[in-house]
Write a protein that binds this ligand. Structure first.
Ligand code: GUN
Length: 278
């Protein structure tokens, strides 16, 4: 039976490190400030933003939330971002995604000063990661590295298969695993023979957005399985992209949903706000 990789425990440790750094900075008269922008009324986004706000409060990061109406124009949003870019008191800017359909996400992401891009979504941040320069790293993949390292899971030399090629998870995850000297395969919805490729993984990272899609027939005996999925079932309970009860008996370690990758993602956002560019 697999070891359950407790994301809450990893997240708590990272949050405490942030809190102690904030305490140290406050002795030098430095306060970290995060600006969070939420456009529209998406209920899930409102919950995410509220969780980020509460975590900032606990750590001692000053967070300022801008809740803008659904009909906000792209120009109005850009004007706010430009103002926050120029504001010397603002260390980080986060625009909660998704944005309403009339606003182009890429235009917004590209407007954020890369020096304040705590989400790590700006092309300059993504490019810096690709060529090993300092830059903010997307929080979910950065958090997965923390889950592996803080559970003493060896990455170097291992075959890591990532299922999913999103800009936020799959692609930066591949770059981070390469940096850690893994051999990396990126698979996706159009991959032929997905099962055989997944089954060759020592570390299988699943971010396909299909509820409980990965069962034990995709998993090598003893593999480490990281489930990035967050899906709501008909009965309203949460599940991942991995069929946990079926896979756990064959894996050596596995993240649960909830309580796996999710809490660590928020903790890494806090880490990015507090420690800045690394
Ligand atoms: N929406 C879902 N996840 C994220 C995230 O990590 N950052 C932002 N800005 N929006 C999101």
């Amino acid at each position: 039976m697999a070891e359950i990789l407790d994301g809450k425990k990893v997240a708590d440790a990272i949050v405490e490190e942030c809190k102690s750094e904030v305490g140290r900075l406050s002795l030098c008269g430095i306060t970290k400030t995060l600006a969070v922008i939420l456009v529209g009324n998406d209920p899930a986004s409102a919950i995410y933003v509220n969780n980020k706000k509460k975590k900032c409060e606990y750590i001692g990061i000053y967070s300022k939330t801008y809740e803008l109406p659904e009909h906000t124009t792209q120009e109005e949003l850009l004007a706010l971002i430009h103002r926050l870019n120029e504001d010397l008191h603002v260390d980080g800017i986060l625009v909660q995604l998704p944005l309403p359909a009339h606003i182009d996400e890429n235009t917004i992401i590209m407007a954020i000063d890369p020096a304040k891009d705590v989400d790590g979504f700006h092309p300059a941040s993504v490019g810096a990661l690709s060529i090993g320069l300092p830059g903010y790293v997307s929080c979910t993949p950065a958090g997965i590295i923390q889950i592996l390292k803080r559970n003493q899971i060896e990455i170097a030399g291992k075959h890591c298969v990532i299922i999913g090629r999103s800009n936020i998870v799959g692609k930066p995850m591949a770059m981070l695993m390469l940096k850690e000297n893994a051999t990396v395969t990126v698979a996706h919805s159009r991959t032929s023979n997905l099962k055989a490729i997944a089954k060759s993984a020592d570390i299988l990272i699943v971010a396909i957005g299909k509820p409980e899609f990965i069962n034990r027939s995709y998993v090598k005996e003893g593999a480490v399985v990281i489930d990035v999925g967050v899906n709501r079932k008909a009965d309203k309970t949460l599940c991942g992209d991995v069929l946990f009860a079926d896979v756990a008996p064959v894996a050596s370690a596995i993240t649960p949903v909830p309580g796996g990758v999710g809490p660590v993602t928020i903790a890494m956002l806090m880490h990015n706000c507090v420690f800045g560019l690394e």
